[in-house]
Design a protein around this ligand. Structure first.
Ligand SMILES: [Zn+2]
Length: 167
C-alpha cells in the first residue's frame, strides 16, 4: 500500500503544557525521542515529519544534530526532506486539518507547497529567500515521490512540476 514503509524506532514523550515553551512548534525530535505538548493532539502528518528527522539521526547520529543546529543550508535540507514526506502523506491520505481544504488535486498540492515553504522560510532562522525554500522543498517532494513509488503522472498537469521551475 502507498506510503507504507518501515518506521524507525521512536519514543513519543508528551510534555505537560506548563513545560511546553515552544509556541510555534508542534513537536520536535532529539535522537529517537519525539517531544510534543500533551495538551494538543499530535497529528499523524506531524509524526510522519518527525520520523523523517529520526531516520536522519539514525543515518548520521553525529553529523545530523550538529549540522542541523549549526548550518542553515543543512537545516533547510533536513526540513525539506521532512516536509516533503509530510506533504505526500497529506496528499495521499484523506486528511482534514484545520487550515486546509484538502482534496487530491493540483490545488491542494500547490496550497501545501506554498504553506509549508512559508513555514520553512519563517520558522527556522535560515536567512534565505522564500523562493529558495520553495525550490528546495519542491525538489525534495520530487525526490520523495520516487521513494514512495508514487505515480508522478498525477502531477504532470502542473506546469512547475514538469519543467522543474519555481512555483
Ligand atoms: Zn522538522
Amino acid at each position: 500500500m502507498l506510503m507504507q514503509e518501515e518506521e524507525p524506532f521512536s519514543i513519543v514523550v508528551g510534555l505537560p503544557n506548563s513545560l511546553w515553551k515552544f509556541k510555534r512548534l508542534n513537536a520536535f525530535v532529539v535522537g529517537c525521542f519525539i517531544f510534543h505538548n500533551k495538551n494538543e493532539t499530535l497529528r499523524d502528518d506531524i509524526v510522519k515529519h518527525e520520523l523523517v528527522h529520526i531516520n536522519q539521526f539514525y543515518r548520521h547520529p553525529f553529523k545530523q544534530p550538529f549540522g542541523y543546529l549549526t548550518n542553515a543550508n543543512r537545516r533547510l535540507e533536513y526540513e525539506c526532506e521532512a516536509y516533503a514526506k509530510q506533504i505526500l502523506f497529506l496528499l495521499h491520505k484523506d486528511y482534514d486539518i484545520d487550515n486546509f481544504d484538502l482534496f487530491l488535486g493540483i490545488e491542494s498540492f500547490k496550497v501545501l507547497i506554498d504553506s509549508f515553504s512559508n513555514v520553512i522560510y519563517t520558522s527556522y532562522k535560515l536567512n534565505m529567500d522564500e523562493s529558495i525554500c520553495r525550490d528546495r522543498l519542491l525538489h525534495a517532494v520530487k525526490k520523495a515521490t520516487t521513494e514512495y513509488r508514487i505515480n508522478v503522472e498525477l502531477y504532470n498537469d502542473i506546469p512547475f512540476w514538469a519543467d522543474g521551475g519555481s512555483i
